[in-house]
Write a protein that binds this ligand. Structure first.
Ligand code: MN
Length: 262
């Protein structure tokens, strides 16, 4: 019993030989929200309303009501989010495979390129170069693109909008197709506000990460943070979205388990 896999994990956690890293941004009304062109429907930002705080509204308890979009803060994109995934089986937050929500993470450091060029596009060749150094991406892994974008604490710098739209790094079509078709990843994670680059509308197809990931039953995570605390390989991430009936995604807590090197 005590030498079972889960027992070993519990011991490793208690001894801090396995560390828990929080990849989640704090939900607050100030956290930047995706902005669509004005003719489109908009996502609700996070709103919090105090119901009671040990007062006449509820003398013994504190609690809040909140509202937000499914796509607010650090959040999960399910396949049903995109038109390419609309008819897939098990494509919504209440039906997607649980096995996809705990798995190995491959973390590619693109922070230098993103600092030099906010429109940096990750290509399949870049990922092949990463594999030469760190090994082949295993099947059913999460691929996380580290850009240090989450370290932009100023919302204006985080959004990085101008008259041409948003300027944030992301994958190009070759990278997404390589990850899905040749490496069978479970999903793609980003520190920016979307899994696609800010200028992803101009790629073919538009928003290739959404198009190919969700069209193939894969998922997205965005507004991640602390990716700089993860090793390139070896971390395990845990990322179950809220079980919203026919949900297209949800805010969530994303945790990574990281083994402390001996
Ligand atoms: Mn989203």
């Amino acid at each position: 019993m005590s030498d079972g896999l889960l027992a070993q994990l519990v011991v490793a956690l208690s001894q801090r030989r396995v560390r828990i890293v929080d990849l989640t941004q704090t939900l607050s009304p100030e956290f930047p929200q995706i902005v669509l062109p004005p003719e489109m429907a908009q996502a609700w930002p996070f709103r919090l309303e105090e119901a009671s705080r040990y007062d006449e509204r509820g003398p013994g308890w504190y609690w809040n009501n909140f509202s937000c979009s499914e796509h607010t803060g650090t959040h999960f994109d399910a396949p049903i989010h995109w038109v390419s995934g609309r008819d897939l089986p098990n494509n919504a937050t209440d039906t997607l495979p649980l096995e996809d929500l705990i798995g190995p993470a491959c973390v590619m450091d693109c922070s230098r390129q993103a600092a030099a060029d906010p429109d940096f596009l990750l290509t399949a060749d870049h990922i092949r170069d990463w594999e030469r150094q760190y090994g082949r991406i295993p099947p059913r892994a999460w691929f996380l693109m580290r850009t240090d974008w989450s370290q932009r604490r100023d919302p204006v710098a985080y959004q990085n909008l101008d008259e041409a739209g948003q300027h944030t790094p992301g994958p190009d079509t070759s990278a997404v197709r390589f990850l899905v078709e040749e490496r069978d990843v479970v999903g793609f994670g980003s520190e920016a506000i979307g899994t696609d680059a800010g200028q992803g509308a101009h790629l073919k197809p538009p928003y290739p990460c959404h198009y190919y990931m969700h069209g193939n039953g894969r998922h997205g995570l965005q507004c991640l943070t602390n990716l700089d605390l993860l090793p390139p390989t070896g971390a395990v991430i845990i990322c179950p979205p809220l079980k919203i009936r026919q949900g297209s995604g949800s805010p969530l807590r994303v945790l990574a388990l990281v083994e402390r090197s001996a």
